[in-house]
Design a protein around this ligand. Structure first.
Ligand code: GLU
Length: 306
């Protein structure tokens, strides 16, 4: 078991370099396609507060679906168990933006991390405050201890103009009575939450509570109970990596959540949170170099949860 994390991260960065050029940057949101594909960064933060990083770990990127973990945390705090009447907790086996299952299952999405489920979660947060986007942003700033985090309004606008599928999902669920707020209002919150830009270092810090039984080790504040934290981690484990979730469990063995901006955050319960970023994606939508980097990390440290 190694603890020279700095050396290990540098070795991993060298090993994944040949993967650059083999994936595809997400282009269905045009503003995302402008990112420089040739990037690799990784940061980890132990629950004791030690940080290690390699590459441009302070460069911010679009967190996209990683934001769904933060809104789920907020919704669990605000709504509690009632949330699970509106969204399931099983992997979907379908693409993150699929419409098909929703019709069979009467507008109740399979889990909070596919887009339909995330829209319901955002809707539930929106029912409890006049400024849901501000609440979400404030929560993330607090977790990351970084006051200047912000929406990327260009990315949000680009998604608003091209997010036909999310718009369809939202109206479809509204027809089943599973979206309570005005659809356009809820979507504008969702597009903004996805557009927030953060660095690997900031995301590793912001996910610290999930590695520490729900407690933000920096402030001692409880974000979720121990049981709720275990549940969020289990949902990431079973639903956090699009339809490649089984492959990720097989190769990496950690709860993780990825986003189409090329970020992946993984949690080693009771030890550390890790963020990796490389914008080129594999066919399932996960960062190609990112998955490999995490696989190397757990292989070298033995830190898989299995
Ligand atoms: N905002 C993106 C969407 O809803 C997020 C997708 C993702 O990162 O998985 O399509």
């Amino acid at each position: 078991m190694t603890t020279d994390y700095k050396g290990l991260l540098e070795t991993i960065a060298d090993e994944v370099r040949p993967l650059m050029g083999q994936g595809q940057v997400a282009n269905y949101i045009p503003a995302l396609a402008r990112v420089d594909p040739d990037n690799f960064a990784m940061a980890l933060r132990t629950i004791g507060g030690d940080e290690f990083a390699v590459g441009p770990a302070d460069t911010r990127f679009s967190i996209q679906s990683i934001s769904k973990v933060f809104t789920l945390t907020l919704a669990m705090r605000m709504v509690g168990e009632a949330l699970w009447q509106r969204v399931g907790r099983n992997p979907s086996g379908s693409a993150f933006n699929s419409l098909v299952q929703l019709e069979y299952e009467y507008g109740v999405p399979r889990n909070p991390f596919i887009n339909a489920g995330a829209l319901v979660v955002t809707d539930s947060v929106a029912s409890h405050t006049a400024d849901p986007a501000g609440l979400i942003l404030g929560f993330i700033r607090h977790l990351a201890d970084q006051d200047d985090l912000d929406f990327d309004l260009e990315v949000a606008k680009s998604e608003q103009e091209n997010g036909h599928r999310n718009i369809a999902l939202a109206y479809f669920m509204k027809s089943y009575g599973n979206i309570y707020n005005d659809v356009e209002h809820m979507l504008s919150v969702y597009f903004r939450q996805c557009s927030i830009a953060m660095s690997c270092r900031e995301l590793a810090r912001a996910f610290g509570y999930l590695a520490n039984n729900g407690v933000d080790a920096r402030t001692g504040e409880s974000m979720l109970s121990t049981a709720e934290t275990r549940r969020v981690n289990s949902l990431m484990q079973s639903c956090g990596m699009y339809e490649a979730v089984g492959e990720f469990a097989y190769r990496v063995g950690l709860p993780g959540k990825s986003g189409v901006g090329g970020g992946i955050v993984a949690v080693v319960p009771r030890r550390m949170s890790i963020c990796v970023w490389s914008p080129e994606l594999d066919p399932a939508g996960n960062s190609l170099a990112g998955v490999r980097a995490l696989e190397l990390f757990t292989s070298c440290t033995g830190m898989s949860i299995f």
